[in-house]
Design a protein around this ligand. Structure first.
Ligand code: TEU
Length: 560
């Protein structure tokens, strides 16, 4: 029998931006607990919570200073117990974010590790300055490792005269997974949460835990000779071993816990090696390939080119095929790190926002795998529309802007790219209603509310049977009803077509045909698609059976 999570739809909550119960302008656990009916109405099975642990919030909680406590901004351990109960009572499960490639520099482990003589020195990755260089001077970093958040990946610690590795911000030192005591501490912590009632983990950048390259120089491709190439920091030699050990020690497979590993730079073959049930590692992984399709020739996210639909289709099809028989896909267009899909891949104009959001949803949710809905995606929420760097909070955006401007970049052009790709596009407060602050908070929200909340909000969407929300609800229900949606074999049609995204799903005699117009102009369906005579439309964006699809129209047929 297929494991339960192969029938599930996941809803991701970014707690800071979901709902604020106490008026401090920051979302919290009680805010989430007050909105469980929204999730119940949508019909999702699992909630994934971005980090709510104690944190100095340098990276909004992805820098954890205590893994077994809740940050006071978000509430208390009692609040998380209440949330777990509330979700379980409604038949939903809770998946916690697991951030164990790095901790905060304010974690007690790191405080101890700063001491050269401590047995915990080796819990992090410390190295002396490059030979022949004065420690702490420019260029004296042990290697040319760049950080994902711009600048060197090594931070000088004057007290010991050595450097520590941080692949993310200087406040996110990397743990040393070679040390068995580190691994034991992580597994203990995971068991502690499982015992508390959580149903699984989303594992942050988990394919970075086994280190290779950062301990030697890599090819220079960034300012000042830094190496920013992610392909050489991922998938280290002991990754499979560590993931198997974690699975065994925590009982991920044995207890049918949910597990998804975020993997930078992972390709479909490698994903299969991690999600093959025989490997005993992970349920599924998050790839970045399809959300890098609109990166330009440098491969950097800020180098934006228009979407070329055949490239996106080819990539999604490659993953569908590679994981058809062994392993499992995760399906996502949005999360807290990605811009809003309706602004990125769809058309967020007043005319086409609703229909294009629905068609993106149909295209994604009819694929084989576990779909993820990111908060607000079910409303067709759009990019933030920020125009000045002061409006941004995210350290990835602000550090990139500072570095690029210092290097002579044109601020207006940089703001254009950041406006399109910044993570803050996904982090503006959830739009609950048309009132001040969108019903998110009675205080001043930590990040500006999108002014379009007067039109785009949950109250309006729930009241309108033709809304994006009800389209998502129907897609989720279809997955729950039909085995062919869950397990049918995928086949891409019209791979070269630049406007149509069409495919079939087949299980035994049953065939579904998805036709989707990914353009803002009508398109005639070409001959050569499967025969639609006598077919039933299970869900469409328009009440039409015409061979001409309207702009952004899509249909799901059950063929006769
Ligand atoms: O993201 C990993 C990651 O690769 C992102 O930083 C990515 O590079 C960027 O967002 C896309 O341009 C995870 C978390 O999802 C992210 O929120 C954290 O900031 C990061 O790890 C560090 O924990």
């Amino acid at each position: 029998m297929a494991p339960w999570w192969q029938s599930a739809v996941v809803y991701q909550i970014y707690p800071r931006s979901f709902a604020d119960s106490d008026g401090d302008g920051i979302g919290d656990l009680r805010g989430i607990a007050a909105h469980l009916d929204h999730l119940g109405a949508l019909g999702v099975d699992v909630v994934w919570l971005s980090p709510v642990y104690r944190s100095p919030m340098d990276d909004n909680g992805y820098d954890i200073s205590d893994y077994t406590d809740i940050d006071p901004l978000f509430g208390t351990l009692d609040d998380i117990d209440t949330l777990i109960e509330g979700l379980h009572a409604r038949g939903m499960k809770l998946v916690m974010d697991l951030v164990v490639n790095h901790t905060s520099d304010e974690h007690a482990w790191f405080a101890e590790s700063r001491d050269l003589a401590s047995p915990m020195r080796d819990w992090y990755i410390w190295r002396p300055a490059r030979a022949g260089h004065e420690p702490g001077t420019p260029g004296a970093e042990p290697t040319n490792a760049g950080s994902f958040f711009s600048g060197p990946g090594w931070q000088f610690d004057p007290a010991s005269g050595q450097y520590y590795l941080h692949l993310f911000s200087p406040k996110q030192p990397d743990l040393n997974w070679e040390n068995p005591a580190v691994r034991r501490a992580v597994y203990d912590m995971m068991r502690w949460w499982v015992d508390r009632g959580v149903d699984g983990f989303r594992m942050d950048v988990i394919n970075l835990i086994s280190k290779t390259y950062p301990l030697a120089d890599g090819p220079a491709n960034g300012p000042g000779g830094l190496c920013y190439d992610p392909s050489i920091v991922v998938e280290g030699p002991r990754l499979h071993e560590f993931l198997r050990e974690m699975n065994r020690e925590v009982g991920l497979s044995a207890k049918e816990l949910f597990s998804v590993g975020e993997m930078i730079g992972v390709d479909a073959e490698t994903a299969r090696s991690h999600t093959d049930p025989a490997a005993g590692e992970l349920g599924m992984v998050f790839t970045f390939e399809h959300v890098s399709i609109d990166n330009g020739p440098t491969g950097v996210k800020w180098d934006v080119v228009p979407l070329h639909l055949p490239a996106l289709k080819a990539n999604l099809a490659e993953w569908q095929e590679a994981l058809a028989d062994v392993g499992w896909n995760s399906l996502y267009f949005e999360n807290h790190d990605q811009p809003r899909s309706v602004s990125r891949f769809g058309d967020d104009s007043a005319e086409f926002r609703v229909v294009s959001a629905k068609t993106l949803a149909t295209t994604l949710h009819l694929l084989k795998g576990t779909p993820y809905v990111y908060q607000g995606q079910e409303l067709g929420m759009t990019n933030a529309g920020f125009t000045s760097i002061e409006q941004y909070n995210d350290l990835e955006s602000t550090r990139f802007f500072a570095e690029a401007v210092a290097g002579g970049g044109d601020p207006a052009q940089l703001l254009g790219a950041i406006g399109f790709k910044s993570r803050d596009n996904a982090r503006t407060p959830m739009q609950w209603d048309a009132s001040a602050n969108a019903g998110f908070s009675t205080g001043t929200p930590w990040l500006a509310v999108n002014p379009n909340h007067t039109r785009i909000n949950a109250a309006a969407a729930v009241a309108d049977p033709d809304s994006v929300f009800h389209h998502y609800r129907r897609l989720i229900a279809l997955r729950h009803e039909l085995e062919v949606v869950r397990q049918g074999r995928f086949a891409l049609l019209l791979p070269e077509d630049e406007r149509l995204f069409c495919y079939t799903r087949t299980l035994g005699e049953e065939v579904l045909l998805v036709v989707a117009n990914w353009s803002s102009a009508p398109v005639v369906l070409p001959s050569g698609l499967p025969d639609r005579a006598g077919a039933e439309v299970l869900l469409g964006t328009h009440d039409s059976l015409s061979d001409e699809l309207a702009a952004w129209e899509s249909r799901i047929y059950r063929l006769a």
